[in-house]
Design a protein around this ligand. Structure first.
Ligand SMILES: Cc1ncc(C[n+]2csc(CCOP(=O)(O)OP(=O)(O)O)c2C)c(N)n1
Ligand code: SF4
Length: 250
């Protein structure tokens, strides 16, 4: 019988600990597929975050290193500068990247560090029990905004892709989503592109992936996919915000 679907080599066969319906697992798979397709598994080094993806090093079947809260871009900078021939990526949630790690991210992009960041935006702190994140929507209820996020008091959600797209040495910045199969396929393409541009040594690359947190959103897995589409897409529009000059011309 012809095999048409299998586990990417760049994933271990360890069962993931993510909650049912959480899309972290889909995003792991897309990253692993891109690594497989480019044939770079044995020369890839991933940097794990704090947050629900803290065990990423157990799931990616490549060399992995664990960073403290928000410091993944700083760690990736060191790894890539010491090993310029390796493919280096960070995998970070919105609490990790856009709260404590915002400075590391912006400055790594400004320096044009030649690694790829996979930024998982689920609009909430997942692992620590659902506190407000910098990406929490106005009106969204979290444990620290029980009446809904009030912009007067806690500001507006930070649009990380738009922000990074103003930086010249960020060569590829895209926002994708994984709330349905069509978008999962598009997300996979963007992640692969980011790795390709890294392999060409062009500069900093980031793919923001809109993701669900059914547990802390208080929704079923299916409702969470609908909430992402209905509530998150208007605030976080999808698209390629920055790409290399020759791609702009196409
Ligand atoms: C230095 C430090 N400060 C705070 C924490 C606590 N902490 C662990 S995970 C987390 C939030 C992670 O949220 P996010 O990055 O959005 O990832 P998610 O869990 O939603 O995937 C926090 C604040 C920590 N581990 N280390
Ligand atoms: S808490 Fe949220 S982000 Fe974390 S694994 Fe569960 S559903 Fe996913």
């Amino acid at each position: 019988m012809k095999k048409i679907f299998e586990r990417p080599q760049a994933l271990t066969d360890k069962p993931m600990h993510y909650c049912p319906g959480c899309t972290h697992g889909i995003i792991h798979r897309l990253v692993a597929q891109a690594i497989d397709q480019l044939g770079v598994r044995t020369r890839t080094i991933g940097v794990g975050p704090v947050g629900c993806a803290v065990f990423a090093y157990e799931y990616f079947n490549c060399d992995m290193i664990q960073a403290a809260h928000g410091r993944a871009p700083a760690v990736a900078t060191g790894v890539k500068r010491v090993h310029p021939d390796r493919v280096v990526f960070t995998y970070q949630g919105d609490g990790d990247l856009a709260a404590i790690g915002m400075a590391e991210t912006v400055h790594a992009a400004a320096r044009g560090e030649k690694f790829t960041t996979i930024f998982v935006n689920n609009a909430i702190y997942g692992m620590t029990g659902g506190q407000m994140a910098p990406t929490t929507l106005v009106g969204q209820k979290t444990t620290t905004t029980p009446y809904g996020r009030d912009a007067e008091e806690t500001g507006e959600p930070i649009k990380v892709s738009e922000l990074l797209s103003t930086i010249d040495r960020a060569v590829y910045v895209a926002r994708v989503s994984v709330h349905n199969p069509r978008h999962v396929i598009q997300a996979g393409r963007a992640i692969r592109k980011a790795f390709e541009f890294q392999l060409r040594g062009l500069g900093f690359t980031m793919v923001e992936v809109l993701s669900t947190c059914p547990t802390n959103w208080g929704l079923s897995p299916l409702e969470a996919l609908g909430w992402l589409e209905e509530k998150m897409l208007p605030v976080f529009p999808l698209g390629e915000f920055r790409k290399p000059a020759e791609e702009e011309a196409v």
